[in-house]
Design a protein around this ligand. Structure first.
Ligand code: ATP
Ligand SMILES: Cc1cn([C@H]2C[C@H](O)[C@@H](COP(=O)(O)O)O2)c(=O)[nH]c1=O
Length: 228
């Protein structure tokens, strides 16, 4: 049976992840893989309700972190683990690195306590009882906070996070950089300050380096898919 793959996309709001997530899912489907495309917070009916609370209701950092991990536990048990057990490719728009970056670096919540919650929530869900479930690869869209703010300025009505000031996103961006430095084998840095086409090429290269996608001659880019 094919081994499941768990890939997360990360980066500050407006880094440009969404433009490439569906394109990557399609690239895997084109090579015969079944893909579960999901997101955090969210991905199950319960976790989507928690997402609405987290993105729109005022709360303190501990409540925010607990909601993020409660939603994650339900998502892991109901969706991610079963899909990996079936040998699927799970592509998740954000996972635990977002909690370390936003609630940890952004809000200032204690990183040691987040690590304890991470262990509690992400252990015991996989067939291997002591495995801490983490993505096999995290695509980190690295973009300066000022550029992301320019991109988002006209894009949409901001939620509780998108409405935060530039300094918040500068801290979140540093939080991601710290996570990537601590686990370089798991992270692929994507220079997101580039054209959509150049960013897509980096995404494909990261997959090819892992041996998960063959070099795809004539594969549609995120750009050409949008135009189709
Ligand atoms: N390479 C790029 N160059 C310029 N603008 C871009 C690029 N990629 C995406 N954008 C634009 O930037 C905005 C944010 O992109 P997108 O929604 O994909 O980001 P995101 O990382 O998914 O954000 P969020 O996590 O907040 O949902 C959109 O208006 C999108 O059209
Ligand atoms: C998983 C997770 C997410 N967040 C924040 C990050 C974003 O601002 C929103 C999600 O919105 P998106 O448009 O789907 O990217 O939630 C967080 O603060 N902590 C988390 O653990």
């Amino acid at each position: 049976m094919t081994t499941g793959l768990f890939i997360s996309f990360e980066g500050i709001d407006g880094a440009g992840k969404s433009s490439h997530i569906e394109a990557l899912a399609q690239a895997f489907r084109d090579q015969g893989r079944v893909v579960t495309l999901t997101r955090e917070p969210g991905g199950t009916p319960l976790a989507e309700k928690l997402r609405t609370l987290m993105l729109h209701d005022a709360m303190d950092p501990l409540t925010e972190a607990l909601i993020a991990f409660a939603a994650r536990r339900d998502h892991l048990v109901q969706v991610i683990e079963p899909a990996l057990a079936r040998g699927e490719v799970v592509i998740c728009d954000r996972f635990t690195d977002a909690t370390f970056a936003y609630q940890g670096a952004g809000r200032g919540f204690d990183l040691g306590q987040l690590a304890a919650l991470e262990r509690m929530v992400q252990t015991g869900t996989a067939p291997q009882p002591h495995l801490l479930r983490e993505p096999d690869l995290t695509l980190w869209f690295d973009l300066p906070a000022a550029v992301a703010a320019e991109r988002l300025a006209t894009a949409r009505v901001p939620d509780r996070f998108e409405a935060q000031p530039g300094e918040f996103f500068a801290r979140v961006a540093r939080g991601y950089a710290d996570r990537a430095q601590a686990a370089p084998a798991r992270f692929a840095r994507i220079d997101a300050n580039a054209s959509r086409h150049a960013v897509w090429q980096q995404v494909v290269q990261a997959m090819v380096r892992k041996g998960w996608l063959a070099i795809m001659v004539g594969t549609k880019t995120a750009d050409t898919r949008e135009q189709a």
